[in-house]
Design a protein around this ligand. Structure first.
Ligand SMILES: [Zn+2]
Ligand SMILES: [Zn+2]
Length: 66
């Protein structure tokens, strides 16, 4: 798995029907703190529906700083 891509990706979270954004440093944890283990990764131009993730996507990742 490459760690060179800084762009967060989105996942489709089956449990709450929201699309969250994850950072590549921890693909199982959304930016908002939701556990997205086993969630399906969706297309990059899919709309992020989690408002917390939308707010956080422009901020540096608190874990890896990207
Ligand atoms: Zn979220
Ligand atoms: Zn990160």
């Amino acid at each position: 798995m490459t760690a060179l891509v800084a762009t967060p990706t989105t996942v489709d979270q089956a449990h709450d029907d929201l699309t969250h954004v994850v950072c590549y440093c921890d693909p199982n944890l959304a930016l908002c703190g939701t556990d997205v283990t086993d969630s399906d990764w969706v297309d990059e131009d899919e709309d992020t529906t989690c408002v917390v993730c939308v707010d956080l996507v422009d901020q540096p990742c608190p874990r890896c700083g990207r």
